[in-house]
Ligand binder design. Structure first.
Ligand code: ADE
Length: 228
């Protein structure tokens, strides 16, 4: 069994359509759809935006379905000016850019309890994702840090500060939370994002324009990954 989590329906709906032998399980406010996806046992969920929605969904998925790995897929804003709309970013690690207990002596971004700034993603899954993403025509693939926070970033200055501090290649709202839940349960994790906007003042226009295409790209990568 493998686990796939998107924040919004558009980020998983193409995969949901391909799921056979479907079964629905509700846990709290999360609905998990399990079945066969390209010949493999899989469970899919739409967690809703933000870190708490994502962490709760990932933890419920882990406890109820015991996936061998969990992938958070979908769209993101660019974290760096070298990353363009339509590019893919695959996380080597995820950070939570809005965590800050520095007034009491911690480094900015350190997540207490696990005491990490960079939450590592599974190296083997990451390699498979890079291979699958690189097989998509005309898509540039980046590997690096993905930065998560409970904010839609729509300001070039804010984006630049997140990049300077964490070397983020993409900014989004769930990956770091799914990675933390997986880390705390010892489950391998991946984060795969396709860029829908530049996380600058243009994002309110670019995001609705490019989200559909970007979301389709990340689901095509998952299809190639599972078929390989
Ligand atoms: N998801 C897609 N674009 C984003 C942005 N600019 N900020 C946060 N999450 C996003």
């Amino acid at each position: 069994m493998i686990g796939l989590i998107g924040a919004m329906a558009v980020e998983v709906e193409a995969l949901m359509d391909k799921l056979t032998e479907r079964r629905e399980t509700t846990v709290g406010m999360d609905t998990f759809v399990s079945g066969k996806l390209f010949g493999q046992e899989a469970v899919l969920a739409v967690c809703g935006p933000g870190k708490i929605n994502a962490a709760l969904c990932a933890q419920s998925m882990i406890l109820h379905f015991h996936p061998e790995w969990v992938l958070n897929l979908g769209v993101a804003g660019a974290g760096d000016t070298t990353v363009s709309i339509g590019d893919m970013v695959i996380a080597a690690a995820a950070v939570q850019h809005d965590v800050d207990t520095s007034p009491i002596g911690d480094p900015v971004g350190m997540v207490s309890k696990i005491n990490l700034i960079e939450i590592p993603c599974d190296a083997a899954l990451r390699q498979r994702l890079v291979k699958a993403a690189s097989s998509l025509p005309d898509v540039k693939v980046h590997e690096g840090v993905i930065a998560t926070g409970d904010q839609f970033i729509n300001d070039g200055g804010v984006r630049a500060r997140i990049h300077e501090r964490f070397h983020a290649m993409a900014v989004e709202m769930e990956g770091g939370a799914v990675a933390q839940a997986c880390f705390m349960h010892g489950v391998p994790c991946g984060v795969l994002r396709s860029i829908s906007d530049q996380a600058n003042g243009q994002s309110e226009m670019d995001y609705p324009t490019f989200t559909h295409l970007a979301a389709a790209h990340s689901q095509q990568v998952v299809e190639r990954l599972l078929r390989s």
